[in-house]
Design a protein around this ligand. Structure first.
Ligand SMILES: C[S@@+](CC[C@H](N)C(=O)[O-])C[C@H]1O[C@@H](n2cnc3c(N)ncnc32)[C@H](O)[C@@H]1O
Ligand code: SF4
Length: 414
């Protein structure tokens, strides 16, 4: 175990309030819906632009049936072979109770309400789902409706996560979004009226053309919208996207690191001032009960099944991922074969490093027992640089460390 107390006296500022230690991670199921009307220029998620195609009704039915079969096959394989489920001492040959379900995309809300409700129900048909499970569906503002929220609430959905990105019209245009600035606010109201208890809005900061004032106004609009969770991401440029190509050709300016750092600080200031707890690098919640339990599962290195195109799963140190091609996914599942494109078994030291990488993302940090052996000089160096702290007897990132997470981790893992 790394001796944190020896170095605790010289810790950096931050985190003088008690930090809630995480409960057991739980067990989750992620299901991916890889369809969007249009692919936003910045996005590299596994998704196909199907807006304008006239065969979507058939495609959607086929895909939802494939999700159901894929999940059933994984669950049966685990039971039959004592396979992935048996890798953990305490799991025996039974699958654990599901504590969170996340239907993400893409744009799950392109599916008709009854089909999307069926995707949620397919998990309960195969696995034991806790009555208190968090069940999240990712919604796009332009395809969500009162009818859809009603169907999701009736299907047991407890939480929606919606991509608002910005409330500045010119920024939405740059981001190629298909909704007005007002639409997410209206959708939040509709979701609440339908009985959805928890609502997240996704935001992106640092889009070319956005000003500090635009960003402040966006954050204030979120505070007034009545959500209980905010995910705010720095615009990330992926080379293979239209934004990546435009920047490479010089027709779009690259996001500026200093501007991004300032916007991150503004987010902390405005959301913190609105009562939101900054509990993960990019995530804020109105109190600890509103944190995303499914995402906490990822950061706590928990176990989750992956269902659908481009989905990633993890069970007891084994990671796997599914093909990013919808055509190949459908062909594999319909032929009763596996759509898995790759997997890796992490050695114990790799698991420990991964736990460190993920654990430092979260405010709660890591218990000393979960910290892999670190060079004492490396720990001191990271603490002296103000990136890491042990003030609460746990290994945590400081706020500077959060913005420079890669640097903080590389200093620790010399
Ligand atoms: C998987 S996407 C799906 C969200 C949903 N389809 C939507 O667009 O409303 C989840 C979130 O990731 C964020 N995101 C996607 N690409 C990003 C990028 N290149 N940089 C920063 N954030 C990004 C956006 O905030 C988006 O809402
Ligand atoms: S709608 Fe969402 S998932 Fe689809 S391309 Fe845009 S950001 Fe990506």
């Amino acid at each position: 175990m790394t001796d944190l107390t020896a170095t605790a006296s010289r810790t950096a500022r931050w985190l003088d309030d008690p930090v809630e230690s995480g409960p057991a991670a739980g067990f989750g199921v992620y299901l991916h819906v890889p369809f969007c009307h249009h692919r936003c220029g910045y996005c590299d998620f596994a998704t196909d632009a199907v807006g304008g195609r006239d065969d979507t009704e058939m495609l959607f039915h086929r895909y939802v049936e494939a999700l159901r079969r894929d999940l059933a096959r994984q669950v049966a394989a685990g039971r039959r072979s004592h396979g992935p489920a048996a890798r953990r001492d305490h799991l025996d040959d039974a699958w654990p109770t599901v504590t969170s379900i996340f239907v993400g995309g893409g744009t799950p809300t392109m599916l008709p309400p009854d089909l999307l409700a069926g995707v949620v129900a397919s998990v309960g048909a195969e696995l034991d789902v806790a009555p208190t499970a968090e069940i999240t569906v990712e919604c796009n503002p332009e395809t969500a409706s009162e009818e859809l929220f009603g169907a999701l609430a009736a299907a047991g959905v407890t939480r929606i996560s919606m991509g608002a990105q910005s409330f500045t019209p010119s920024v939405l245009t740059t981001l190629e979004r298909g909704h007005t600035a007002q639409r997410p606010v209206e959708a939040v109201r509709q979701a609440r009226a339908a009985g959805i208890g928890e609502i997240n809005l996704d935001l992106i900061f640092g889009t070319p053309g956005e000003t500090d004032d635009d960003w402040r106004q966006t954050l204030r609009t979120v505070l007034a919208a009545g959500t209980d969770h905010v995910s705010a991401y720095a615009l990330t440029i992926h080379d293979s996207t239209p934004f990546g190509r435009a920047i490479a050709h010089g027709s779009m300016p690259a996001p500026d690191d200093d501007v991004q750092a300032d916007r991150f600080a503004i987010a902390r200031e405005v959301l913190g001032g609105g009562g939101f707890e900054h509990y993960e690098v990019s995530n804020w919640a109105l109190g600890s009960a509103r944190r995303s339990r499914h995402n906490l599962l990822y950061w706590r290195h928990g176990d989750y099944l992956a269902v659908g195109v481009g989905a990633h799963g993890h069970l007891a140190g084994r990671r796997w991922w599914t093909t990013r091609s919808t055509a190949r996914y459908l062909a594999a599942v319909e032929a009763d074969t596996s759509p898995v494109a790759g997997s890796e078994d992490l050695a114990l030291d790799q698991q420990a490093h991964e736990r460190l990488l993920l654990g430092l993302r979260v405010r709660e940090g890591l218990h000393p027992a979960d910290v892999p052996p670190l060079e004492p000089m490396a720990l001191e160096d990271a603490m002296e640089a103000g990136l890491i702290t042990t003030a609460c007897g746990r290994l945590q990132c400081t706020e500077d460390g959060w913005f420079l997470l890669d640097e903080a981790v590389s200093r620790l893992l010399v």
